[in-house]
Every structure is written in structure tokens, then in C-alpha cells.
Write a new protein. Structure first.
Length: 211
């Protein structure tokens, strides 16, 4: 598979802190030309959130872009979405059984050993990070760094999404080091965010990763 160069993540905690509704942020990103969106929610998946996620799934379907749900294969199935899991989530072999053969599955890795082991899993892409220090995760793993990304990238037999601390200023270096795509959370949320400013920021990112 091929991944878009920009992989926006709609992190509900980050959006709540910024005071921007999830759907407003999503619409801004879609209008800018994003080709994939991930919904990342670490808390209780309430009925209200599911209704919002269902609306998001319709928007992505209408725009003909991929929707990925972080961690929750059950919600992904209900939303007809793809799924991304981490090292402590349900094992990828069981995710594949539940999700079916046509669902795209991503797997997070944080070091050389996990990246090598991920080649044996029934997943479609590997995420590697944090590349740099990040504030979007509690107790993050040690930063990988550009040198290790460059060294480890050939070890992966799948497309690699780099994540963690990636900015407009360093995204080009991350791609040059071998990443197929860069995942971004807080970098897509400008000061005083709304639909228009998020659209404009996403357009900046799209230009930066295709330059």
C-alpha cells in the first residue's frame, strides 16, 4: 500500500484543550486536501462520541479518504473504518481476525526490535516514534531521532509513518531520512483554531511534505 505523505491525527484530548470541535477540525483538514484521518481517543468511547465519529465516517466517505480509528477495532468495524493499534493493544493477529482482510491495519513501534517484529504481523504499515520529543503522549517512549530512523527504515517491509514531535520545520528532514509519511497532531492546531485556520494550517503542511 502507499500512504499519503501527511497523516493527520484528530486527537480528542488535544482538540478539547484547544477548544475546537472534532468535526470542525476534520472538515478543515478535509477541505485542505488531507487524504487520510485518524481518530484518536484514549478515554471512554461514549454514545455522543460514537455519533460524532459516525458523522466523521460519512464525511470521509463522501470525500473518498481513509478513516482510521486508533486502538478500538470494535468501533472501527462499526464505522467501516480502518484501525491502528499499539504495542499494548489487542494483538494484530486478533485485530486482523476481527477487522477482516480488506481493512488497513497500522501498528506502532518504538525501537529497532519492535520494528523487526512488526514485519511478522498481519499489518499494512508501521508507525515509528517518537522521532523527537513529544507532548501529545503521557510517558512517551525514548525519542528515536533522525539517525536511527535512517538506519532502521530499511528493516521494515511495510510503509513507515513517522510520529512524534514533527514540525513544519523538520518534516522534510524526517521524509529525507526515509519515512513514507509523517503523522501530526498538535502541529495541525494553530492558535485560536477554527475550521478556516485549521484548513490553512493543513494546506501549509501539505505543501511542506510535497516540496
Amino acid at each position: 500500500m502507499s500512504l499519503p505523505r501527511l497523516y493527520p491525527i484528530l486527537d480528542t484530548a488535544a482538540l478539547d484543550r484547544a477548544g475546537v470541535p472534532l468535526l470542525e477540525a476534520a472538515i478543515g483538514m478535509i477541505e485542505a486536501g488531507a487524504q487520510i484521518l485518524q481518530l484518536r481517543h484514549k478515554g471512554h468511547f461514549s454514545r455522543d462520541l460514537f455519533e460524532t465519529a459516525a458523522h466523521l465516517a460519512v464525511l470521509c466517505e463522501q470525500a473518498r479518504i481513509g478513516l482510521v480509528v486508533n486502538d478500538r477495532v470494535d468501533m472501527a468495524r462499526l464505522l467501516n473504518a480502518h484501525v491502528h493499534v499499539g504495542q499494548d493493544d489487542l494483538l494484530p493477529v486478533f485485530v486482523r481476525q476481527l477487522a477482516g482482510p480488506d481493512t488497513i491495519i497500522g501498528l506502532s513501534t518504538h525501537n529497532k526490535e519492535q520494528l523487526l517484529a512488526a514485519n511478522l504481523e498481519p499489518v499494512d504499515y508501521h508507525a515509528l516514534g517518537p522521532i523527537f520529543g513529544t507532548s501529545s503522549k503521557e510517558n512517551p517512549d525514548p525519542a528515536v531521532g533522525l539517525a536511527s530512523l535512517r538506519e532502521w527504515r530499511p528493516l521494515s517491509h511495510r510503509p513507515v509513518v513517522a510520529i512524534g514531535g514533527i514540525t513544519l520545520e523538520n518534516a522534510g528532514q524526517v521524509l529525507l531520512a526515509g519515512a513514507d509519511s509523517v503523522a501530526v497532531i498538535s502541529g495541525l492546531i494553530p492558535p485560536s483554531p477554527d475550521r478556516q485556520s485549521i484548513r490553512e494550517r493543513t494546506q501549509e503542511w501539505l505543501k511542506a511534505v510535497t516540496a
